[in-house]
Ligand binder design. Structure first.
Ligand code: FMN
Length: 206
């Protein structure tokens, strides 16, 4: 008898493979540039990700120049330097605890909110950090949707990278992403895929 149950997802199986099932945290990529226009299209999607009170605190540093690349290398852990060296594109994801300077876009028509947030730097730092990480998840999925492979890396000297790459900006470096198109020979360089905890381990039904 034909299966009449509706498909559980509204997107094709192929897309689920690209975004989730087959996507790996690659350490090898094709020697091909990631065009600026592609990044901008990705950003156009990601900026619609949810964030606390629409604070939208995630910031991106597109590491294009040799000088900026050298700074990232200098502050990356030894093991990560090898992988970053192979990456056609490096992104540094940062959070901006001064996100409230953009309330005209993110929360127009809420008088007094700027003053409230200005007086609460500790709360802003938490919001900026938390929502940036959520937005980063969306960023990784959007990069995958553009056909790109991404390796996130937290192994770097944060204070050093903030100081030398971001200077006087209020931004805090949170994560480095090594990005590129899949290697032509199909070798992602991420090794055998390790398991993930299942439903019973990770889910509590109350
Ligand atoms: C927050 C975070 C930090 C990570 N830090 C590093 C890192 O410093 N160096 C590295 O080589 N991989 C790093 N990874 C990559 C993980 O090891 C990888 O995503 C995980 O093993 C799953 O691999 P898979 O997507 O290929 O299954 C990081 C991933 C995340 C999400």
């Amino acid at each position: 008898m034909p299966d009449s149950s509706p498909p559980p997802f509204g997107v094709p199986e192929e897309a689920l493979g690209l975004l989730f099932r087959d996507a790996r945290s690659s350490t090898r990529w094709a020697e091909r540039e990631v065009p600026d226009e592609v990044l901008r299209e990705v950003h156009e999607l990601v900026r619609w990700a949810p964030s606390a009170n629409n604070s939208s605190p995630m910031r991106l540093v597109v590491v294009r120049s040799e000088h900026a690349r050298e700074i990232v290398m200098e502050h990356a852990s030894r093991g990560n330097r090898v992988k970053l060296d192979r990456a056609p594109l490096i992104l540094v994801v940062a959070s901006d605890p001064r996100y409230h300077e953009h309330l005209d876009v993110t929360a127009p028509g809420l008088p007094g909110l700027y003053e409230v947030l200005e007086s609460r730097p500790d709360a802003r730092a938490i919001t900026a950090h938390d929502s940036t990480w959520l937005q980063t998840g969306f960023l990784i999925v959007a990069l995958r949707a553009a056909g790109l492979d991404v390796r996130p890396m937290a192994g770097f000297d944060r204070p050093g990278l903030c100081r030398d790459l971001l200077g006087d900006r209020s931004w805090n470096a949170e994560l480095i992403l090594a990005v590129g198109y899949p290697a032509e020979d199909g070798e992602h360089g991420a090794g055998d895929r390790r398991g993930r905890p299942d439903w019973d381990t990770t889910t509590l039904e109350l």
